[in-house]
Design a binder for this molecule. Structure first.
Ligand code: ARG
Ligand code: ZN
Length: 462
């Protein structure tokens, strides 16, 4: 939780609203999240039956009250809630839409740390994707398909499988235990800690994510999976989960991530998590990849260098360094797109510059608006991806490759496990470069509508 919000929450604690207001300006999805609490850790025990499709969950949340709480809400879509306890004592609760409102026996004082246990059960159901409002083909969260299930939640799908404070700047550590019937296996974020038999035919797979993670990056997959393991030259364990339906030819495409990880580490700095994984979902309905933390998810047919690099780059940019507000998502997608373009041309600067020039021509032709967007249905647009990448390229053209690289490395290292805004990026770029042109340049690229001129290659001093 950022200091500014904590301070604001403390200020409002004095005038005590019971349920915290949703954050004020720029909140694209105001129905989600609760500014009055800071979740530190989610311990999720998820028992998954694929058919009939039933999830029985026991979620234990470590929470800090940011204000006095006579009650508070979590996001939970669907499910029957069977019981709720706070520090071991039963607590009253009610459901209003996709909110679970919990009322402790007595109000919780500001800054108190407490533990909530929620037991719930039901058939998980994906919810409408608010980035494509009204389009029933765009759903979010937990899906069942053929023999398995998976969960992809960007931006606000977490509540389809666990009670969450579903807002981007409340990061927490996670332990996810998935129980499923043999021969299915359960995969989640990070690294597998243990597997044990809980009955004759059911096994529990425990996963831990010890670095803070945003709620939407949490993922769970249940299916028959084969795993391939490797270790990068920098000592990062790599895992690739595939099914029988994963085309053999795609395996090498995914395994190429090893070299990308080594190159990214040399360019940007240490890989931010303890391990990296990739998992392939054979659901023909899935049409995009997602950078689910330390375990990226791919649809079938996405084993391209560009996509594999893009999701890997997100581990630094978007996951470790995550956005406080969705409007700034270019800080994730712009960086991932930049590295997706740079990686194949890493030994050929001219080819890289030519490709970025092509993107620039596209931006001019389409009059592509600012990198920061105004509405929730614009967060996956070319403004976020293409103008975001061009913003970085314009910065590189202005300060030169070596200073640009210093900015990128400082940005990644100073904000490890953090939450950031566009203003933070401008500050870092200005401070590292010491160049007075940088602030107006980035201001125009990030916030102003017209596509600014692209500083020429002549400006580059390597
Ligand atoms: N963050 C993903 C990527 O660029 C894209 C997610 C698209 N999500 C969606 N709900 N349409 O790798
Ligand atoms: Zn992306």
């Amino acid at each position: 939780m950022p200091i500014s919000k904590t301070a604001a929450a403390l200020a409002t604690a004095l005038s005590l609203a019971t349920i915290a207001p949703a954050s004020a300006i720029d909140d694209f999805f105001p129905e989600f999240g609760n500014e009055g609490i800071d979740v530190l850790h989610y311990d999720l025990a998820l028992d998954v039956k694929v058919s009939p499709h039933v999830l029985t969950g026991r979620a234990t949340l470590d929470i800090v009250a940011l204000q006095q709480l006579s009650s508070f809400t979590l996001d939970l879509a669907g499910f029957d809630v069977l019981r709720v306890r706070i520090n071991g004592t039963p607590a009253a609760f009610s459901r209003v839409g996709d909110k679970l409102e919990i009322t402790p026996a007595s109000p919780i004082q500001p800054q108190r740390r407490f533990k909530v246990v929620i037991v719930y059960r039901g058939e998980p159901t994906p919810i409408q994707d608010p980035t494509a409002p009204g389009d029933p083909d765009y759903l979010l969260g937990w899906f069942k398909y053929q023999t398995g299930t998976y969960a992809l939640s960007e931006p606000v799908g977490a509540s389809t499988f666990y009670p969450a404070n579903d807002e981007p700047d409340d990061k927490a550590t996670f332990r996810i235990a998935v129980t499923a019937e043999r021969p299915l296996i359960g995969v989640a974020n990070g690294a597998p800690q243990s597997i044990r038999a809980v009955s004759n035919n059911r096994r529990e797979f425990v996963w831990e994510m010890d670095e803070p993670m945003t709620t939407w990056l949490a993922t769970v997959h249940v299916n028959r999976y084969a795993v391939r393991q490797d270790v990068s030259a920098t000592g990062i364990p790599l895992r690739l989960y595939t099914t029988n339906a994963t085309p053999r030819a795609d395996i090498a495409g995914y395994e190429a991530v090893k070299g990308m990880l080594e190159w990214m580490t040399a360019y940007v700095g240490p890989y931010p998590f303890d391990s990296y994984g990739q998992i392939v979902v054979d659901d023909p309905a899935l049409y995009y990849a997602l950078e689910t933390q330390a375990m990226s998810t791919f649809p079938v047919g996405a084993a391209y260098q560009s996509i594999v690099t893009h999701e890997l780059a997100h581990q630094w940019f978007g996951n470790s360094v995550s956005v406080k507000e969705w409007r700034d998502l270019w800080l994730a997608e712009g960086f991932a797109t930049y590295f997706e373009v740079l990686f194949p041309h890493r030994y050929n600067t001219r080819a890289f510059e030519a490709e970025m020039q092509g993107l620039y021509n596209f931006a001019v032709r389409t009059n592509l608006g600012s990198a920061v967007v105004e509405r929730g249905d614009q967060i996956f647009s070319n403004r976020t991806y293409v103008r975001g990448a061009l913003t970085l390229f314009a910065l590189r053209q202005t300060v030169g490759e070596s200073v640009f690289k210093r900015i990128v490395r400082a940005w990644a290292s100073q904000n490890v496990n953090g939450s950031v805004t566009s203003a933070d990026f401008i500050d870092t770029a200005e401070a590292i470069s010491g160049n007075p042109d940088v602030r107006p340049l980035l201001d125009a690229w990030i916030f102003q509508q017209p596509v600014p001129p692209l500083p020429g290659a002549s400006a580059i001093a390597a």
